[in-house]
Design a protein around this ligand. Structure first.
Ligand code: T3D
Length: 263
């Protein structure tokens, strides 16, 4: 096993981040947050990267905060969790949402606590059939953080959001797909190839257009129709000047496959 809390690589337009504390179900400690921040900084600035894949090592995706790092005990003093959220979880979620490229989360096993909600912060969530999602916070007296109270009602409606958050039951990947919490659940045997096919496709796609699409869809959550239409007009104006748009139209006319450059 590697000592690195994450594994990071960039190849053929795909940046890969693998959470790598499998003996702790890839739960977050400070080292993992720091290494993740560094990797995301590189993704932000490396113009060769056209898709980011986030996944986990071993049998789990991520079990949220490493509770072994929280030295609290009954009768003792509390801890300022707000400081941890401010320093680590908030910037992580906001960075994933803001990246100017598609972010795929491949949920390879259990995703619990902040682990579940960081998966939901990604643009496309694909899960292996044996994976599951657990809003574990209620079992330790906390609220769903890392965007949990924001994504859950939007993705599955208030009734299901409440059930998941207040009961902390395990939601299977299949049920998560059926409820619209995630994009897709794939048989365990096909999971790896499905993930590779997905990131391969996105790495060849018109990155600027995809980035603008994700940002427009997220912006729609706070817009009225006329505001959204105005936004679409402005974004389309910008994309009409992109190299990839010209290539897409030329490829269509020439009845050939487009060769997008992400510009
Ligand atoms: O603190 C702050 O900064 C505020 C932010 C908080 C964000 C949060 O994420 S709070 C929520 C924290 N997470 C949890 O409460 C989940 C805790 N884990 C579990 O409930 C279970 O492990 C799972 C349901 C995820 C999986 O269960 P199972 O039976 O498949 O595995 P297991 O046996 O419980 O776990 C395997 C090992 O990983 C085990 O270690 P051991 O006994 O083999 O030495 C277990 O202790 C360890 N582990 C799992 N989750 C965590 C963990 N160790 C530390 N922290 C964890 N979160």
């Amino acid at each position: 096993m590697s000592d690195d809390a994450i594994l990071f690589s960039v190849d053929a337009g795909v940046a890969r981040i693998k959470l790598n504390r499998p003996d702790r179900l890839n739960s977050f400690n400070d080292a993992m947050h720091a290494q993740l921040r560094q990797a995301l900084d590189r993704v932000k600035t490396d113009t060769t990267v056209r898709v980011l894949l986030l996944t986990g090592s071993g049998r789990g995706f991520c079990a949220g905060q490493d509770l072994a790092d929280r030295a609290v005990a009954p009768g003792g003093t509390g801890v300022d969790l707000g400081a941890s959220i401010e320093r680590n979880y908030m910037p992580l979620v906001l960075t994933l949402r803001a990246l100017p490229l598609p972010v795929v989360c491949a949920v390879n096993g259990v995703a619990a606590g902040a682990g579940a909600n960081i998966a939901l912060a990604c643009d496309i969530v694909i899960a292996t059939q044996s994976a599951s999602f657990i809003q574990a916070f209620c079992k330790i007296g906390l609220i769903p953080d890392s965007g949990g109270t924001y994504w859950l009602p939007r993705l599955v409606g208030t009734a299901r959001a409440m059930g998941l958050a207040l009961l902390g039951d395990k939601l299977s990947a299949e049920q998560a797909e059926a409820w619209g919490l995630i994009w897709k659940c794939v048989d365990d045997a096909q999971f790896e190839s499905a993930v590779e096919q997905l990131v391969g496709q996105l790495a060849q796609a018109p990155t600027k257009g995809l980035a603008a699409t994700k940002h427009a869809i997220y912006a729609a959550e706070g817009h009225l129709l006329d505001q959204q239409l105005a936004m679409e007009r402005e974004v389309q104006r910008m994309l009409g000047n992109s190299e990839d748009y010209r290539e897409g139209v030329a490829a269509f006319a020439g009845k050939r496959q487009p060769q997008f450059k992400g510009r």
